[in-house]
Design a protein around this ligand. Sequence first.
Ligand SMILES: [Zn+2]
Length: 272
Amino acid sequence: MRSTLKIFLYQGTSNGEVDFEGLRSFLQSLLPDISVQLREEFISHFALPFKEEEKKIEEVARTLAQAKVRNIREKWKRQEPLCGEIAYERRYLFTPSQRPSGILYDAWQLQRILRDLMPPSECDWEKIHVAITNQLFGTWDGGNFHYHCRTAFFGFPSLISTTGMVEAPAKPRSFYLKLQMGIPREFLQTEFQGRFLDPGDPRMTEVLKGYVLQALFYHLTENPFCSDPDCRLFNAHWQEELIRAQLRDGADLCPVHRETLKKILRGEKNPR
Ligand SMILES: [Zn+2]
């Protein structure tokens, strides 16, 4: 029986960085009874109907400018953004593929802004919205008193960042040691080649498969992660863990999660 679940993947990265059709067909073949659809970038998709409404567009740009983390050592608090910051957001609202990825946003704020853009007809638990973006977001760590970049931030909608994949999981310790010893970064990039993701890395699409699966498991079981380092749901804190979970030959879900997925596909409730 065809499931009523629908997965929407939003294409918010620079041109050519991700093979979205490849990602969609991977999910579609894994989940044959679930509809998997591609949509354009999240904000332009949902803001398009009121593109001509000056006040609304200005408000979206203002809230985005407000969501920016201004100091990574200070917890986000609401501040009135500068005109230039609002203008920056506005410039890229409908041209997301040209948008630079230098700003860090507070993940909670960014998710709330995206959620507020969705009409009620899109907000039900049968629809899984996964906003894939090249923008960087992070969460406040109250223990260490600073922001951490995140690869993904699950919820409604789930956010996955290709820039976060490069920036959030740590590179090998020896990379940082050698950097401190003064060895040029370009030299180290060659020495450590393949051991971490670089911006625009051609392996991004393959890595995204695992993160979209984590978003799916979050949505269906409330737990996106697995403790098995060979499972696509492993919560990687190091680049080498990410590469092992998502890029080794035959990367897949572990047997437990393959079984859980089968139960989901059979329509069993609470397949935890
Ligand atoms: Zn697993």
